[in-house]
Design a protein around this ligand. Sequence first.
Ligand SMILES: *Cc1c(COP(=O)(O)O)cnc(C)c1O
Length: 375
Amino acid sequence: MDNKRIYLSLAQESGYEKKYIQRALKSNWITSGGPNVDEFEDELQDYFKNNKIVTASNSGTSAIHLALILLGVKTGDEVICQSMTFAASVNPVLYQNAYPIFVDSEIDTWNICPENLEIAIKDRIKKGKKPKAIIAVHLYGMPYKIDEVHSIADKYGIPIIEDSAEALGSSYKGKKCGSFGTFGILSFNGNKIITTSSGGALISSSKNIKEKAIFYATQSKDSAVDYQHSEIGYNYRMSNICAGIGLGQIKVLEENIHLRRDNHLFYIEIFKDIKNARLFNNPNDIFFSNYWLNTILLETKEERENLRLALDEANIESRPLWKPMHLQPIFEKYPYYGSKIAEELFEKGLCLPSGSNLTDADKCRIKEVIINFFK
Ligand SMILES: *Cc1c(COP(=O)(O)O)cnc(C)c1O
């Protein structure tokens, strides 16, 4: 039997990409920005509707950085961030010499806990500084508790950056993730729902903001013929070649989401009779996850590690959940509000192969290892 490695989530070509890449090469738009970028942005805007304005960037991380700059986050400002996430959610806070404040998760969505969010906001205000922004994340594609989190943010007048890097195609009460925050961000990294090889997008609500985002993303050139700059600039615009890949990929976006959700049905079937592991599901039908990654919670850290090793032995990749930011050497000195939910998820949680290119043969191999492990 073919025993090649099965990965968590890999990029896959749709077959439509070459046409757009060749178009870029032939027309000599081999640079950042250009017709493919414009068209890719238009298609994303059609996808989001609700008058959302999309600015394509060279990564999800740079899109988050642009959002912070546009919100005026500066040296010494405080920015609240969900602790349970990938480091890219919060690194841009440090790029701005700002100060991250971490908040625990809650158990239904594994995302930012509304109660601890409000405790954190109140305490920071009491200590003298109102946070400048909140970075909330739809982890593994699962929407965070949008009504609760946004009503707290509104109460204190704090804008939200909605990190939708993993949640393209997820929705909450029928509305697409990425379209709720003052800013939404997407990632088109190779492991995400669709890829541009590397890329991202900033979702906002106004053309003026987009203009400003492009200004910062293209070296902050003043409108003068000679090279004049009055503000710090960045090289963050998406390349026209990458956007060509994106145009080929967006054709299979719905299909990819469908395949990811099919993988979830496959895991439901496996885990329905297993008592020692719980598959992470939508808490109720308000939430619609794209199931970017399927994740389970085991009873103990040891069991989690043993299952990981058993899968690895069969050449199947699985990984612990993201290590919470407040436990990271680079971030542990910053304040943290909450208890041990994120830590417990990190200890007992495991991500399983979930790519849209999992074959039936792959699924057989995965199922066999898991069923044998729990026997
Ligand atoms: C992937 C990811 C990012 C960063 O996106 P890049 O395109 O890789 O820079 C940010 N936040 C989360 C939660 C991610 O998973």
